[in-house]
Design a protein around this ligand. Structure first.
Ligand code: UD1
Length: 424
């Protein structure tokens, strides 16, 4: 097992390319199941979750070839429709495979999903989507099986009470090949949903309303071979932006659409960072010369502040000045990182869904453990601003979503490296 070691308090300087988006690539890979042919994805990030999804597709009968960021998925033959438990447990987002299997073969099954332990994370909205599209659902011994009903999968009006990203993706995947028109009211508006729809339209699907809360999907008989480039990962870019604001310095991030990060970048600017963006060339520059100021943040569905950046921003605010507040409105359990930050000298109090953060300058290095994916990255942000050495264990969580956080931050001049957990 590897841990991350950081000697903090050196400002970040330089430029990096931002990896492809995890949350866009995963549902696109699942969507490739819908096409009896070959789908090519470019700019696919080399992360654990992508490998897990590739393993699932292989198990189901696809051939997946990867070369650098390029991935070809040949889904001409589907041999299995039951996703083994260990895949689903290790990655929650694998649940969207069920919608794609239902669309392609009329059936799919898997156990209840796993992933980061950040709250209860029910799947009632996913089940509602399946039901409304005419699928039968059976739940036995913790396994979930969906099957085309007597009248097949047919278009429907689906009302989501909450704009769940996963349930919206499920509705899209299950209805692309359905009869008639499906309308999803209360759909998620995240850029990753828009990318999934653009990707499917590029394969011959007919979807409109992306980026609004009403998505319309006109079912088609089949899709065709296609290729598509995954956009840069807005959460990775936001993490590195927070790191530059916490540690100080001047960084340039390339390969990322600034408009996807409008709200987090506005918050970075409010801490005192100078943020410059170029939409056409896909660049974000973040520079910071002062001690970060405080913020009041409320997370929410896009375009509100993303819950995935809540922990990295908590680390930034903990190493700044003044008193900040964060209200977590998406995942109730997403404050686990506060304890590790407090072990680094932070003063964070949690009450229900609110965190009160009193900035401390500087935090001090400590031995800490990543509790989840974004929380782990947040510890790296704190370590960069802290005095002395920070050792982060539990990095397997970080590797689920960051290609190589040490490589990227080293390129920005940080003193950070991988080490064996026994101290080598
Ligand atoms: C996706 C992202 C994750 C991000 C989240 C919110 C992927 C692979 N993951 O997760 O990084 O943090 O969106 O932006 O894209 N809910 C229900 N019932 C359901 C489904 C969800 O109550 O059936 C609740 C969840 O418990 C949570 C909220 O809705 O409180 C948001 O969840 P959702 O948008 O579905 O997130 P995910 O798709 O799991």
């Amino acid at each position: 097992m590897s841990e991350i070691r950081i000697f903090g308090q050196s400002p970040l300087k330089g430029e990096i390319s931002i990896q492809g988006s995890k949350n866009a690539a995963l549902p696109m890979m699942a969507a490739a199941l819908l096409h009896k042919g070959v789908t090519v994805l470019m700019n696919v990030p080399a992360i654990r979750d992508v490998s897990c999804m590739a393993d699932i597709l292989e198990y189901l009968g696809c051939h997946v070839r990867r070369q650098g960021g390029c991935m070809a998925i040949d889904a001409r033959e589907i041999k299995n429709t039951a996703v083994p438990d260990h895949f689903v447990r290790s990655m929650r987002s694998s649940i969207v495979v069920l919608g794609a299997l239902l669309g392609r073969t009329g059936e799919g099954s898997g156990c209840y999903p796993g992933g980061c332990l950040i709250g209860a994370r029910p799947i009632d909205l996913h089940l509602k989507v399946f039901r409304e599209l005419g699928a039968d659902i059976r739940e036995t011994d913790g396994r979930l099986a969906v099957e085309r009903g007597r009248e097949g999968i047919r278009g429907a009006e689906i009302h989501l009470d909450y704009p769940s990203v996963g349930a919206t993706e499920q509705a899209i995947l299950a209805s692309v090949l359905a009869r008639d028109v499906t309308v999803v009211h209360g759909a998620a508006k995240e850029p990753e949903i828009t990318q999934l729809c653009e990707f499917l339209n590029n394969m011959g699907a007919i979807i409109c309303g992306m980026g609004t809360e009403h998505l319309m999907i006109q079912g088609v008989r089949c899709l065709h071979d296609s290729s598509f480039r995954v956009e840069g990962d807005r959460i990775v870019a936001g993490t590195y932006g927070a790191a530059a604001a916490a540690a100080g310095g001047d960084i340039l991030m390339k390969g990322i659409r600034p408009s996807f990060l409008r709200v987090p970048l506005a918050f970075l600017a409010r801490t005192g960072a100078r943020v410059r963006t170029e939409e056409t060339t896909g660049r974000i520059q973040v520079s910071m010369e002062e001690i970060p100021g405080c913020l009041d943040i409320r997370t929410g569905p896009y375009p509100e502040f993303p819950t995935d950046l809540q922990s990295p921003f908590m680390a930034l605010l903990a190493s700044g000045r003044g008193i900040s507040h964060i209200e977590e409105r998406v995942f109730e359990g997403r404050f686990a990182t506060a304890e590790a930050l407090n072990a680094m000298g932070a003063r964070i109090r949690i009450r229900d869904r609110e965190a009160v953060i009193e900035g401390v300058r500087p935090l001090h290095g400590a031995r800490v453990e990543a509790a989840d994916l974004r929380g782990g990255a947040a510890l790296a942000v704190a370590g960069l601003a802290a005095s002395g050495e920070t050792c982060i264990s539990g990095c397997i969580h970080i590797e689920r979503g960051y290609e190589d956080i040490c490589r990227d931050l080293t390129a920005l001049g940080a003193r950070i490296r991988w080490a064996k957990e026994d101290g080598a």
